[in-house]
Write a protein that binds this ligand. Sequence first.
Ligand code: SAM
Length: 200
Amino acid sequence: MANPTRWVTDTGPEHSQWYVDRFRRLAAEGADLAGEARLLDAMVPRHARVLDAGCGAGRVGAALHAQGHTVVGVDADPVLIEAAGIDHPGPRWLVGDLAELDLAAAGEPEPFDAAVLAGNVMAFVAPGTERRVLGRVAAHVRPDGAVVVGFGTDRGYRLTDFDADAVAAGLRLEHRFATWDLRPWRDDADFAVTVLRRPT
Ligand SMILES: C[S@@+](CC[C@H](N)C(=O)[O-])C[C@H]1O[C@@H](n2cnc3c(N)ncnc32)[C@H](O)[C@@H]1O
């Protein structure tokens, strides 16, 4: 990977396995880990193609797969991708850098109906690659497809920068909410869920 992600530089070497264990524990406890997937499911046709960009250990993509969608998940962290493959067979899980995303080269030439970047992915990409990441994700979504992005507003990536990066990546800002269950946006909200759309 050309630029190490903040997921690597801002956390310790045990962090990936800690994250895997945490989500396995939450799943075993019956926690609701599918809120983001429910929003995506409402936005796409049945049997859609969905890109889980920065999929981590696969909880969002797995929930979309369970709804009948075809899911490709990409993450830079091989520990998380290995866990996704073990815990959630069905989707295709790939190690890769979103800033260099080229899924046609990985045998996935068909565009996606939507992409989801859940769980602060945009706050964890390598500094300075945000615009490229959005551009590469946008390039994999069909015209009129959606890119849905959620991250904490106190995580160092300003929303004004995000909005400018999204426009530069060729995406249109369509909606903003404060939560994945669509609470209304407020300027002091600590989380932003943004629906971007690729123009037709
Ligand atoms: C907090 S985790 C969220 C994982 C998953 N989306 C979820 O919500 O469960 C953030 C993820 O973003 C991934 N990530 C950050 N920058 C990336 C990049 N440039 N390419 C691929 N994955 C990236 C990290 O490896 C990490 O797994």
